[in-house]
Design a protein around this ligand. Structure first.
Ligand SMILES: Cc1cc2nc3c(=O)[nH]c(=O)nc-3n(C[C@H](O)[C@H](O)[C@H](O)COP(=O)(O)OP(=O)(O)OC[C@H]3O[C@@H](n4cnc5c(N)ncnc54)[C@H](O)[C@@H]3O)c2cc1C
Length: 424
């Protein structure tokens, strides 16, 4: 998604033409979109999902044209992620055509970047199929998925056969786990679904009706996590007392989150990211689309969905081992843990840090950006890889903002120095 937003911003800006390599190891879309089934719904209203700041309503317009409704209706709707995947793919083609029409040389490769090093001001990128050189590098690699537990199935590859299992354990209780649950129901599952997580439970729900934006007095930056949490609670309570919906209050705090987060010492941020304390924030912040929340609530009311507050430490044939409850048997185990935002096992990121080409975040989670979103000389980054530094950095609005800022920097760079074209 971030790459499409960056290319769209570059096409819109109309800067000096350059040579551009687009590397992607898989189709240009995360599993959240590429592997979405019809019942997988965006958890953001369509109006917030445009590709650039100038075309914020782009997805709402696209959806109205595809679905035949009025744009005002689609703008406030929670729409299928499959539709967004189509929007992204059309947006990519449009951005590439526009760049080519402006004289850019665009090359697209289905390759995985395995490492990159910088020598004498030039990047050499090693891929699974070869090597290329470039002046500047942008890391838009999205989140790093955990290696799947043995004996567990992927939440993105559930089949009718899987849905026949009677007692299914879903490891995780976030958006991916919710998607797995609604998928199994759509595939005809009739039995019991057990979600397990060390956190407080499923995300809370978005409201069907759009809420007016909240006016919020953000808390003061502090070095103390407890003081910050107290300040956040007081800010939200004051907004609620003034009549704001709690969700609007959370959303109003979103823009302040990176600076409040950055004010905490790196060691405190690391402890928070390693602990389960952030899961409570995440549950309020990354909410379920209303349709999904309703399906899950109906399952709970029917006694078919339950939540177990425990951590799965290992999987075994026919079951799992819980940290608290010990071994347990299930008919099927789905690994829906989501992402590893430490990137500790990401080959590309590890090599960038090891060679000094990119700065590790002092939290130990991802990379450390400067004000231009550079994480090293002539290397920019966006998205989940900046979680340790920014916390709020994985959803469309933040990634769109980052893509726009990086596009400006790339154009400034092109104006201020001669371009050494990437080449094989
Ligand atoms: C279940 C689920 C639901 C979600 N719903 C929403 C939602 O409703 N709204 C929202 O705003 N966000 C949502 N998100 C967050 C989602 O992650 C972001 O919207 C978005 O996909 C992140 O964009 P990105 O560009 O950072 O990463 P991605 O979209 O994942 O793109 C990264 C790309 O980089 C490629 N790549 C990675 N490493 C390499 C490498 N070494 N070499 C070459 N290519 C590489 C990948 O193949 C991928 O195509 C959801 C996430 C999940 C898991």
């Amino acid at each position: 998604m971030g790459a499409v937003m960056l290319l769209s911003a570059l096409a819109e800006a109309g800067g000096p033409p350059q040579e551009l390599w687009l590397l992607d190891k898989a189709p240009l879309s995360s599993e959240a979109y590429a592997a979405a089934a019809p019942e997988h719904i965006l958890n953001t209203r369509a109006r917030a999902m445009g590709l650039t700041a100038a075309t914020l309503d782009g997805f709402a317009r696209f959806a109205a044209s595809q679905l035949g409704g009025a744009e005002t209706e689609t703008a406030s709707a929670f729409l299928p992620r499959r539709l967004y995947a189509r929007f992204l793919s059309e947006g990519l083609e449009r951005a590439l055509s526009a760049l080519k029409a402006q004289g850019w040389a665009v090359r697209r490769r289905r390759e995985e970047a395995l490492g990159a090093r910088r020598e004498a001001g030039v990047w050499t990128i090693d891929t699974d199929r070869g090597r290329l050189r470039a002046d500047r590098l942008v890391l838009a690699i999205g989140p790093h998925r955990f290696d799947r537990f043995p004996f567990a199935v992927s939440p993105w590859a559930l089949s009718g056969a899987a849905a026949k299992a009677s007692r299914i354990l879903i490891i995780g209780a976030g958006l991916t786990a919710a998607d797995a649950a609604v998928r199994l129901v759509a595939l005809g599952h009739q039995g019991a679904l057990i979600l397990a997580s060390p956190g407080p439970g499923l995300p809370l729900a978005q409201s069907h009706e759009p809420q007016p934006p909240a006016l919020i007095a953000p808390p003061q930056p502090t070095q103390s996590p407890s003081a910050l949490l107290g300040g956040v609670r007081r800010s939200l309570a004051a907004a609620a007392a003034a009549g704001a919906d709690w969700r609007a209050g959370m959303d109003a705090l979103r823009a302040q989150t990176p600076s409040l987060w950055a004010a905490l010492p790196a060691a405190a941020r690391r402890r928070l990211l390693q602990s389960n304390r952030l899961l409570a924030w995440s549950r309020h912040r990354h909410r379920l689309p209303p349709q999904t929340a309703e399906t899950l609530a109906a399952l709970q009311a029917a006694g078919r969905l339950s939540f177990l507050r425990d951590r799965v430490t290992a999987t075994i044939e026919g079951g799992v081992v819980f940290a608290g409850a010990g071994p347990a048997i299930f008919d099927l185990v789905v690994d829906a843990r989501g992402f590893d935002i430490s990137f500790a096992r990401n080959a590309l990121v590890k090599r960038l840090i090891a060679t000094g080409a990119a700065r590790a975040c002092p939290t130990g989670f991802g990379l450390a950006p400067d004000a231009r979103l550079q994480v090293g000389e002539d290397v920019y980054a966006m998205g989940a890889i900046l979680s340790g530094a920014l916390l709020e950095t994985t959803a469309a609005p933040e990634i769109r903002d980052q893509a726009g800022r990086i596009a400006v920097c790339l154009i400034q760079d092109a104006f201020t120095r001669a371009s050494c074209l990437p080449r094989r």
